[in-house]
Design a protein around this ligand. Structure first.
Ligand code: ADP
Ligand code: MG
Length: 201
């Protein structure tokens, strides 16, 4: 098994994140944990890139629809449809519009538990219910309810890979092999070396 410190995850600052001038804030939150930025680019995605990105995982439709329906039920509200796939198809169409509305920044972060840590720092899909202290919880206020009544995607500033297999499919979708850089930073010695024997010389 590869050492956990080599785990990588994809993050995308979505168009609203750039418009809200949150690029630095977002990157700082990942960087300060010790995770290392190994790839970065700004681009305006095409609709086909976005559709392909969200359909990389064959279970995504079922999950995204299920999550939306569960959120409505929890609040005692009625979802727009009781069929998760129907909800997901709506979401894909909305995401194509949202994610192509302006530039995004795609990046790859590397380090121990990168996927899980980045999701924890990012927070849950719906900013309304995302935890306090998470990026989505702290910096934006959108909800399933508002997104549905305006027929648009939930604006939640960031995409972050949900699982290691998802990250492994998503990274090559956004970056060529050569665009992801292998390099070291000195603090890796403190994070990962078995004994910290170089401190006292
Ligand atoms: P996450 O980004 O937290 O992994 P998902 O993969 O489930 O969430 O969904 C992808 C993106 O689609 C979300 O970040 C959000 O922008 C949008 N989205 C998800 N569900 C809905 C919904 N029911 N209505 C509108 N937009 C949605
Ligand atoms: Mg997801």
């Amino acid at each position: 098994m590869a050492h956990p410190k080599t785990e990588r995850t994809l993050v995308i600052v979505k168009p609203d994140g750039i418009q809200r001038a949150l690029i630095g804030e977002i990157m700082q939150r990942y960087e300060r944990t010790g995770l290392k930025l190994v790839a970065l680019k700004m681009l305006v995605p095409t609709e086909s890139m976005i559709e392909a990105h969200y359909l990389l995982d064959s279970n995504w439709k079922k999950n995204v629809g299920g999550k939306a329906i569960a959120s409505y039920m929890k609040k005692g509200e009625t979802p727009p449809s009781s069929d998760p796939i129907e909800v997901a198809n709506l979401v894909v169409a909305r995401l194509k519009k949202y994610m192509t509305s302006g530039p995004v920044i795609a990046m790859v972060w590397e380090g121990a538990h990168a996927v899980e840590l980045v999701r924890k720092i990012t927070g849950g899909t719906e900013p309304r219910s995302a935890g306090i202290g998470t990026i989505r919880g702290d910096f934006v206020l959108d909800s399933y309810q508002m997104a549905d009544s305006d027929d648009r995607a939930i604006r939640n500033l960031i995409h972050a890979s949900g699982t290691i297999p998802e990250a492994e499919m998503e990274i090559p979708h956004w970056f060529t092999h050569g665009e992801v850089v292998n390099y070291h930073v000195p603090h890796e010695a403190i994070l990962y070396d078995v004994d910290m024997k170089n401190i006292l010389g």
